[in-house]
Design a protein around this ligand. Structure first.
Ligand code: G6P
Length: 607
């Protein structure tokens, strides 16, 4: 969480920093600040709340003079979102300013040590120890002081440093938090994510853990923790500027929901050749796969729910048992994982701290690792043995939509691909290929068939509690549907395996309790139908998600969301889309801040 930016060049820095921060706001949005090197001193401006407040306070940056600076948008970890705790933090002598994304785990010990040495602290943050350490180690050489400082830090950081003595120079360092250097002409940048850079340059250098960058107008130098120069390659950013703009939609979330047919197509099309699934990026062979006894999928949040859906398809097509484990649980569970395990990690950002830790834990135990990731060059993409990109493009809204459906698309593709590699692809392989190719169209239909969702949202937005029920693939989709509702509308929503409801939770169903019943898996439809009847008997208001020809449901449910006909195992990707829209319209009815829901951040780089 938290986003950082840096700029050095000949233009006024503050407007560029603010523009960059506005693109990173999804990473945290409770307070923000910039530090810019003025004619003599570093000027710092901070606000609580959004970047818009910082823009207002500085007339969009115009009132802050100087051509080198750093900026930060915060998601509070240590200390409340106040101006004192907002970054940048200054050293006691005012010589250094620091912005930080990550967590310094040993900050308390360092804080005590620094206090004993006479440094005073203005904030409750873990970050502030960094700037005082730099001051303590500084004897005329910033680079040296920075290296000595990071050697004292435990935890994760992406750091940006500005020093009064070197007015046109900015420094950056990284350990387990994302940091990208943007190379321009006569100007250079750093940022937590390429979306903040893409308006200025397409040439990027991805820092690795333990590396530093020293940026001036005219150059970028990279070095390691011993101060030795490191050669870095320059990558080309392919995301375009429009992709990170709202493009006429009220919210990024709505735009990203509507982009799903195209995003899913971008995930599927390059992997289809002559009616076969191909994964040119995958090194795993049929022999290696034949030695796999178990697949473990790990992830957090929606990516975990994508894994829950993927399990059904992987097991059906590969006949390999699949376990889906939350990354935050897996990392401390002493897992039974060895070199006969294939670990699949799923992450939109590729930077989620728990997912990274679970990946490292399983690697250490010998698992073969495969990552499904959206953000190119992210930590998870680099750590795994094999990486498959979802090609969803930049996802800005905190609540994921196209990130999720493209993960499902990749899981479907992998299932088919593995079945071929293992030589067990069934007669239905060709039919499955045909369905995968038609998914973008079916997703579009699923949007087009549900223009009535705003009306349904008017009916359901005042509910105290909503239950999402379903079985099998429908249950997996229900989990994600309920999460979407919670995240952006703040309504209590709970997903339940339909058959499990009667074992306790049905006690909560009373007159008019909304139950969203997912009923798209034809194989077990009758069973879900019985559960619908049970909740109806207790007064529930049932909104069914199913097919138009499902007359039995039509006769029991109160409201309907229809989806186009799709094979059972791939139905989740089609049925989730109207549920994303339902959550969107409910949140809109409730006046919620849809793209930046309270307390959340898109990229969760802390435990
Ligand atoms: C956060 C986001 C969720 C996301 C989860 C995992 O909690 O708010 O939308 O699903 O992190 O993120 P990842 O980037 O690993 O997919």
């Amino acid at each position: 969480m938290c986003g950082i930016v840096g700029y050095t060049g000949s233009a006024q820095a503050a407007p560029i920093l603010l523009e960059g921060l506005s693109k990173l706001e999804y990473r945290g949005y409770d307070s923000a600040g910039i530090a810019v090197m003025g004619s003599k001193d570093i000027s710092v401006v901070k606000v609580t709340g959004r970047i818009a407040g910082l823009c207002e306070k500085t007339d969009n940056g115009r009132t802050v003079e100087g051509c080198a600076g750093i900026g930060h948008t915060r998601w509070a970890t240590h200390g409340a979102p106040t101006e004192e705790n907002a970054h940048p933090h200054l050293s006691n002598d005012g010589r250094f300013a620091v912005v930080h994304n990550g967590i310094i785990e040993n900050y308390q010990t360092l804080r005590e040590e620094l206090k004993e040495k006479g440094y005073h602290f203005d904030s409750e943050t873990d970050t502030e120890v960094i700037v005082h350490l730099i001051e303590m180690y500084y004897h005329g050489d910033v680079k040296k002081a920075l290296i000595q400082t990071v050697n004292r830090l435990q935890g994760s950081y992406a750091l940006g440093v500005l020093c009064r003595d070197e007015p046109d120079r900015i420094y950056a360092a990284r350990e387990a938090s994302p940091l990208i250097i943007g190379l321009g002409v006569g100007e250079n940048y750093f940022a937590s994510d390429v979306t903040a850079l893409v308006a200025y340059t397409r040439n990027a250098v991805y820092l690795d853990d333990g590396e530093f960058a020293e940026l001036t107008r005219d150059g970028a130098a990279f070095f390691d923790c011993l101060g030795q120069p490191v050669k870095k390659s320059v990558s080309r950013i392919t995301w375009d500027v429009q992709a990170a703009e709202k493009g006429g939609y009220d919210h990024f979330m709505l735009k990203e929901i509507m982009e799903q047919p195209g995003a899913v197509k971008a995930a599927i099309s390059p992997r289809m050749k002559n009616n076969e699934v191909v994964f040119e990026e995958l090194a795993i062979t049929g022999n290696e796969l034949a030695g796999i006894r178990k697949i473990v999928i790990t992830a957090c949040g929606s990516a975990y729910y994508a894994g829950c859906s993927g399990k059904y398809v992987l097991e059906a097509l590969t006949h390999i048992p699949v376990e889906v484990v939350l990354a935050s649980e897996l990392r401390y569970s002493n897992p039974l994982i060895d070199n006969t395990t294939l670990l699949i990690v799923i992450s939109q950002s590729g930077e989620t701290a728990d997912t990274i830790a679970a990946l490292k834990e399983c690697r250490a135990r010998g698992a073969r690792t495969l990552a499904i990731v959206n953000v190119v060059g992210s930590t998870i993409a680099k750590l795994a043995d094999d990486t498959v990109y979802t090609w969803a493009g930049p996802e800005i809204a905190v609540a994921t939509t196209k990130g999720f459906t493209t993960q499902l698309a990749v899981l479907y593709l992998l299932s088919l691909y593995f079945s071929r590699l293992l030589g067990i692809a069934g007669e239905d392989y060709a039919e499955h290929i045909r369905i995968l190719k038609s998914l973008p169209r079916l997703i579009q239909q699923s949007i087009d068939m549900n223009h009535g969702l705003p009306k349904l949202a008017e009916k359901y937005h005042t509910a105290n509690s909503l239950f999402f029920i379903g079985r099998n693939t429908d249950y997996a989709a229900a989990l994600e549907g309920a999460l979407k509702m919670k995240e952006i509308s703040y309504l209590h929503a709970e997903a339940y395996a339909a058959g499990e409801l009667k074992h306790g939770t049905i006690a909560l169903i009373e007159e008019h309790t909304p139950v969203i019943a997912l009923c798209c898996n034809r194989r077990i439809m009758e069973k879900t139908l019985s559960n619908i009847v049970e909740v109806k008997a207790r007064g529930a208001e049932v909104l069914a998600v199913s097919y138009r020809d499902n007359t039995k449901i039509l006769s029991v449910a109160d409201d309907f969301i229809f989806i186009p006909e799709v094979a059972d195992i791939f139905s989740a990707i089609v049925e989730i889309v109207p549920l994303q829209l339902l959550a969107y319209y409910v949140a809109k009815e409730n006046g919620c801040d849809i793209d930046k829901p309270k307390n959340l951040a898109k990229s969760v780089t802390v435990e």
